[in-house]
Design a protein around this ligand. Structure first.
Ligand code: HEC
Length: 134
């Protein structure tokens, strides 16, 4: 059965590559339930309890621009997954947005940022359709 080996090795490699892709795609969807808790703890003061960008801080401190309305799917659904991840991780100024949107990388692990983003995506109207691995 020696002749068979390269074929079997090939199958194993294909399997491993597919698993890696699936794992990455899964991680990038985030855990919406965990994300909700993170969002309520850190994001609600600015983005509001329902994500409409109308949190108490935004209003009382007259932010300009106001925090993003995450329910606005017309805008949010066009924003690529990686871009939003980077805005949350590295702050608004890293992508030429307002510096008022803070960087979260020293407070949240990457996995928690994906979770928060998963929750952000779940608020969009019309609903966000994941495009798969990007
Ligand atoms: C101090 C207020 C504040 C807090 C706290 C805050 N944000 Fe923001 N966020 C903003 C502002 C202001 C903008 C709009 C930036 C702009 O339009 O230039 C924004 C924009 C965003 C965007 C849109 C980026 C884009 O590409 O349009 C996302 C996503 C986001 N915030 C996620 C979060 C998440 C997740 C949290 C909590 C972990 C959070 N924000 C906490 C103020 C805040």
């Amino acid at each position: 059965m020696r002749k068979n080996r390269p074929f079997k090795t090939g199958i194993v490699i294909v399997f491993l590559v597919l698993t890696a892709f699936a794992a990455t795609a899964y991680a990038q969807q985030g855990d919406v339930r965990k994300g909700k808790r993170i969002y309520e703890q850190f994001c609600v003061p600015c983005h509001g309890l329902e994500g409409k960008g109308d949190g108490t801080r935004g209003k009382s401190e007259h932010f300009d621009p106001m925090p993003r309305n995450h329910v606005n799917g017309e805008y949010m659904n066009k924003r690529p997954q990686q871009e939003l991840f980077e805005v949350i991780r590295n702050g608004g100024f890293s992508k030429n947005f307002s510096h008022i949107m803070p960087p979260w990388k020293t407070i949240l692990a990457d996995e928690e940022i994906w979770d928060a983003l998963g929750y952000v995506r779940s608020m969009a109207v019309p609903p966000y359709q994941p495009a798969g691995p990007q």
